[in-house]
Design a protein around this ligand. Sequence first.
Ligand SMILES: [Zn+2]
Length: 393
Amino acid sequence: MPFDLLLTGGHVIDPSQSLDALSDVGIRAGRIVQVGPNLDATGCPVVRNVTGQYVCPGLIDLHGHWYEGNLYGIDPLICLNHGVTTAVDAGSTGYANFPEFRRNVLDRCLTDVLAFVHISFMGLHAPYAEELVDLRYARPEETAAVIGKNRDCAVGVKLRVGCMTANHGIAALDKALAAAREAAVPLMVHISRGAEEKEILRRLRAGDILTHCFHGRGNGMISETVIPEALEARARGVIFDVGHGCGSFSWDTARRAFENSFYPDTLSTDLHRYSVTEPLTVTLPQVMSKMLSIGMRLEDVILKTTAAPAKVLGREHEIGTLAPGALADVLVFDVETGQFSYTDTHLKVGYGDRRIVPRLLVKAGQEHAPGSFAVNLRALYDSDMEVFRAIGH
Ligand SMILES: [Zn+2]
């Protein structure tokens, strides 16, 4: 049977198969059918010559906020503009509003959206009085029950520790861990200023995720060196995720981590209403380009946005791979060379000589042009400016 879409001559990088070579990619009925040189184009209605460009699995963004029923969320359709075919919501909803989020977003968006369910009943609602200032909002039983009923798209439990948990961060962590154990899913923990990193890291289990690993607000986990608790957690199988956002990526912290050979396991944007526009306009290719600029190899940057997050999600046979049978989510991109400036969330400018630019996206076998999806963002209010002021913007 002929392919219905064939990409020819591209430089394919698929870390899931240790593939890094010139190759064609054959697609039929929304699935990858074959990857190899000189595939037979006979009868194939659409053949794209992508010679001179890179080809990799559609990107997976492990951390973003896609529920517009609170002040953080934005429309996940925007992900397709950046080459991201699977977007993971990091706990924008809790057990009370997850079903509505599912109905109106997860089940409808062209981008595949999976979600962590927040231990707080309504998820993240507002930055000015956050979700766990009252510990009664943390609901292990109900959270585990909702995950149990939505296993196809509810992938874990989320918790933010820092100012949003007032002074009971560890009590909240214990409740979130109880929910994750009950539902047999990973826990994603956000750390920011005020989080008790050592205590958190001691409690996390293999497969749990620590996000904002390079936030650089206070020197909790990484100062001159990386604290032993982080090294022990990594050895145990805890995942360290970037979660760039509007306040969680520091050049200095990332460089110090790299000097200590402490690299992130997954790269993610933490895209939301406060990181999507100026001054940061975060995208996943931009976060990837930043990692290239401080010494990560292109193959590793692809690994950490494809096969690695797919494995964290337990979906490594379906997404993040170009293996035959996988969903036909594919990104064609260029790596431009020049001098590019990149800003961290402390507004410190760094420079890099490469930039990843998405050129063609295939989502479930259908072609799309990155940048072609129009997305409306909610208006900002004066109260929103508090968020930018709080992080020094
Ligand atoms: Zn987030």
